[in-house]
Ligand binder design. Structure first.
Ligand code: MN
Length: 231
């Protein structure tokens, strides 16, 4: 039976694919929290607690080059440069040894965060959703297929604002590796094609203001550029 919608359904969020005219349709955005020890330290989080997961809405994704309006209800918008994994296959209770078979490719993303709202939520035991899931809070480069970039396990991850270095680290220092992240996440939810996973940020997170130009990258994957404009 064909069924009309009451109003047009939302468009599928999507990202370009490097070297292709096709798009990568985004289903869900998962994120790993505190996956680099130095960032856990700067956030005042326990050093022995394991990483954890949270999510952003799929339509938070925006392509590189976007002028992102400074979001409302915050005076502390933070950058978090991250390696992003895009899945081509799903699964649940995926074994670590088979986890990389799910990966379509890799990208570079900025997990934009309303830090003041996140800190308040943490202190009150409230949900984080609105601190992490603001509109256009997930700028991401084109997805680079595995055939082009392999499965990166080491390489510089960095971010600068107005040409001033802010964040730097190495993806080899992630507490949970990509296969471990996929295996662990798939014990909570059924993963599916189109899922993006932000894998955590190195130390050096900090404030963004309207007028800022953000440039960040992961060696061997790509470079993300976007600006922040007045809200
Ligand atoms: Mn993050």
């Amino acid at each position: 039976m064909s069924q009309d919608y009451a109003f047009p359904p939302p468009a599928t969020p999507a990202l370009p694919i490097a070297g292709s005219d096709q798009l990568f349709p985004v289903r869900r955005i998962y994120c790993v929290g505190r996956n680099y020890l130095e960032h856990a330290r700067e956030m005042g989080l326990g050093e022995r607690a394991p990483p954890f997961f949270f999510a952003k809405p799929a339509d938070a994704v925006v392509p590189a080059g976007t002028a992102i309006p400074y979001p409302p209800r915050t005076d502390s918008l933070h950058h978090e440069i991250e390696l992003v994994v895009g899945l081509r296959r799903g699964g649940r209770e995926v074994e670590i040894d088979h986890a990389l078979e799910l990966v379509f490719g890799y990208a570079v993303g900025n997990d934009l965060t309303r830090r003041d709202l996140q800190t308040a939520a943490r202190e009150k035991g409230h949900p984080w959703d609105l601190s992490k899931g603001c509109d256009q809070s997930a700028p991401v480069t084109a997805i680079v297929p595995v055939a082009q970039c392999g499965h990166p396990t080491a390489g510089r991850i960095w971010l600068e604002v107005n040409e001033v270095p802010r964040q730097h680290g190495d993806i080899a220092d992630m507490i949970w590796s990509v296969p471990e992240i996929i295996a662990e996440l798939s014990t909570y939810v059924a993963l599916a094609p189109g899922d993006l996973i932000f894998t955590g940020t190195p130390a050096g997170v900090g404030e963004l203001r309207p007028g800022d130009r953000v440039l960040g990258g992961v060696e061997g994957v790509g470079i993300l550029e976007h600006t922040i404009v007045a809200g």
